[in-house]
Design a protein around this ligand. Structure first.
Ligand SMILES: [Zn+2]
Ligand SMILES: [Zn+2]
Length: 169
């Protein structure tokens, strides 16, 4: 949703709406509408946004490769400052990384960018269906959460193999 600065009243703007994941370019991870609840306050050129989103993530478990869903509900509070003529882009990026600061150009800003960022930040590097997921057998491919298999589980890690040999002596 594009927010025009002139549309933000003195008392601020309260938005509650649902956004299609396709519009946020996160449809790979989100299959249902994302719920957005945001307060937008304008103070001269600065814009302050706080609120929360709720989204259901669909992820592939990094151990057993099963797809699972997890609902996230991150809160955010961000200051948006105008990009001034002649601003150093590199410096802006630095500021952005260190603080909860965003920048907008012209007379409007895209709230979707903030929502998309919140979703991306919530996706774990190595998603797990459950923290104790046993994964799949390297030999026969059995999902070990469902059933144990009878494969000879040779330790693949060479360090352990070396230790095992030492203990045999
Ligand atoms: Zn799993
Ligand atoms: Zn097996």
């Amino acid at each position: 949703m594009l927010i025009k600065l002139k549309d933000i009243p003195e008392e601020g703007l309260h938005l509650r709406y649902k956004e299609k994941p396709e519009l946020l370019s996160v449809s790979e991870y989100v299959k249902k509408d994302v719920e957005v609840d945001a307060h937008i306050i304008k103070n001269a050129d600065a814009i302050f946004i706080d609120g929360s989103i709720e989204a259901e993530l669909t992820m592939e478990c990094s151990r057993c490769l099963k797809f699972f869903t997890n609902t996230i509900n991150p809160n955010f509070s961000v200051n948006y400052l105008p990009v001034l003529e002649g601003s150093d882009e590199e410096e802006l990026e630095l500021n952005k990384a260190n603080m909860e600061i965003g920048f907008y150009k012209g007379d409007a800003f895209e709230l979707d960018d903030l929502i998309k960022e919140q979703i991306i930040l919530s996706i774990p590097m190595q998603p797990l269906c459950i923290t104790s997921c046993k994964g799949i057998c390297q030999v026969c491919g059995q999902n070990l959460n469902i059933k144990e298999c009878n494969c000879e589980q040779e330790n693949i890690n060479p360090k352990f193999a070396a230790l095992k040999n030492l203990l045999k002596k």
